[in-house]
Design a protein around this ligand. Structure first.
Ligand SMILES: Cc1ncc(COP(=O)(O)O)c(C=O)c1O
Length: 391
């Protein structure tokens, strides 16, 4: 039986191995472990990649989001509108900034924050709306902008799941005045440990973020703000620079896999396939289908050797971790319905054509659909992809 993992980070490491080893030796021999030339180089490269003027490396994405929120002035007494369908870190960052998360519903197609729900939730206390670019595609930032503006609030991007995605041509991380991202290893651009960053065009916001992540100081022992410690280290920067050079290629492969999944699964009434919202270039951080009887289907896939995930099984408005926190909940029927049906299929750049076929055949069996005849599973998008791993 062919087993298909959910992701394969070792294959990524093998691709960058030689390059990273020599850069790593330079880091170790320089003694510049926090900050230094490797970090500055990556910050420069990632700012250019997102089309922004400044990138500030941070220790992880949650800290980056907290710093971005605090830099735009979010604090005690403020409300921040966030989608209920996101990773818990989005809410943690708002709470750690001292503000109240206002949880709103998502749209039923892309499962991204619903501008109508955001518009209904904003009020005099709203200081920010977090546009979470979930699963690999940007939230409709330009539709959120006027809502935020009318409330005297700003948009902050949570770009943790969207490295390389674009909306109406603009790069994720550069679609609003400030963005936070995570380089958690499993992300499209992942470090060899925890890492994150903030991107912005505004030098003052960048300066504040850098100070916040460095104990509130620009110069040693001159602490102007109450900050914390969250800095990008040189070892992570070396890995990130090497992977950034391959990110476009890896995202092309993710797109080819998404096309293949679509071609091999679109005839199934039991499944709802993910959609790309108009104006978006999706980078398929996750390939999330919807299926009734999800637990049984996931269990059958596991038995067939196919790993799956659920992003996310418990919506934020139902999270036990947030029960005692100051939160404003709104009705989220779309999020609630989705949480019981969503299933993330394996999706990683080094996935082989046969692994894609194995996933789709196992899924077809699980929903009692006929297997596809062999001649139907030759997928031009896969075959054309020159560097596609065989097997
Ligand atoms: C949407 C979203 N926001 C924030 C984060 C937080 O990032 P980190 O785990 O690096 O703190 C993540 C990922 O983990 C995420 O997926």
């Amino acid at each position: 039986m062919m087993t298909v993992p959910f992701s394969d980070l070792v294959a990524q490491q093998h691709e960058i191995d030689g390059e990273v080893r020599s850069a790593m030796r330079e880091v170790f021999e320089s003694g510049a472990f926090i900050g230094g030339p490797a970090v500055a180089a990556f910050e420069h490269e990632y700012a250019a990649y997102t089309g922004t003027r400044h990138c500030v490396g941070m220790g992880n994405g949650t800290d980056a989001l907290e710093a971005a929120l605090r830099a735009v002035g979010v604090g005690r007494g403020d409300e921040v509108v966030i989608p209920a369908n996101t990773f818990i870190a989005t809410a943690e960052a708002v709470l750690r900034a001292g503000a109240t998360p206002v949880l709103v519903d998502v749209d039923e197609h892309a499962l991204l924050i619903d501008p109508a729900a955001a518009a209904a939730a904003v009020g005099p206390a709203t200081r920010a709306i977090v546009a979470v670019h979930l699963y690999g595609q940007p939230a409709p930032v330009e539709r959120l902008e006027p809502i935020a503006r009318s409330a005297g609030a700003v948009i902050v991007e949570d770009a943790a799941q969207s490295h390389g995605a674009r909306r109406h041509g603009g790069a994720s991380g550069g679609l609003a005045s400030i963005a936070a991202t995570s380089f958690y290893p499993g992300k499209n651009l992942g470090a060899a440990g925890d890492a994150g960053a903030v991107t912005t065009d505004d030098p003052e916001l960048a300066r504040t973020v850098r100070m916040l992540g460095s104990h509130g100081s620009e110069r040693r022992y001159a602490h102007e703000l109450l900050g914390f410690n969250s800095r990008l280290d040189a070892v992570q920067a070396v890995v990130l620079s090497a992977k950034l050079r391959r990110l476009e290629d890896w995202n092309v492969r993710r797109r080819a896999i998404a096309v293949a999944y679509g071609a091999l699964l679109h005839d199934l009434d039991e499944l709802t396939l993910p959609v790309v919202a108009e104006g978006n270039e999706h980078v398929w951080h996750l390939y999330v289908v919807r299926v009734r009887d999800r637990e049984r289907v996931a269990a059958e896939l596991a038995e067939a050797g196919v790993a799956t995930g659920i992003h996310y099984p418990v919506p934020l408005h139902r999270s036990p971790a947030l029960v005692d926190q100051t939160i404003r909940r709104t009705d989220c029927p779309v999020t609630d319905a989705a949480a019981g049906e969503i299933l993330s299929l394996p999706m990683f750049p080094h996935m082989t054509a046969s692994q894609v076929v194995a996933v789709t055949q196992a899924l077809r069996t699980a929903v009692h659909a006929p297997a596809l005849p062999a001649e139907r599973v030759v997928i031009p998008a896969l075959e054309r992809s020159g560097s596609w791993p065989a097997g």
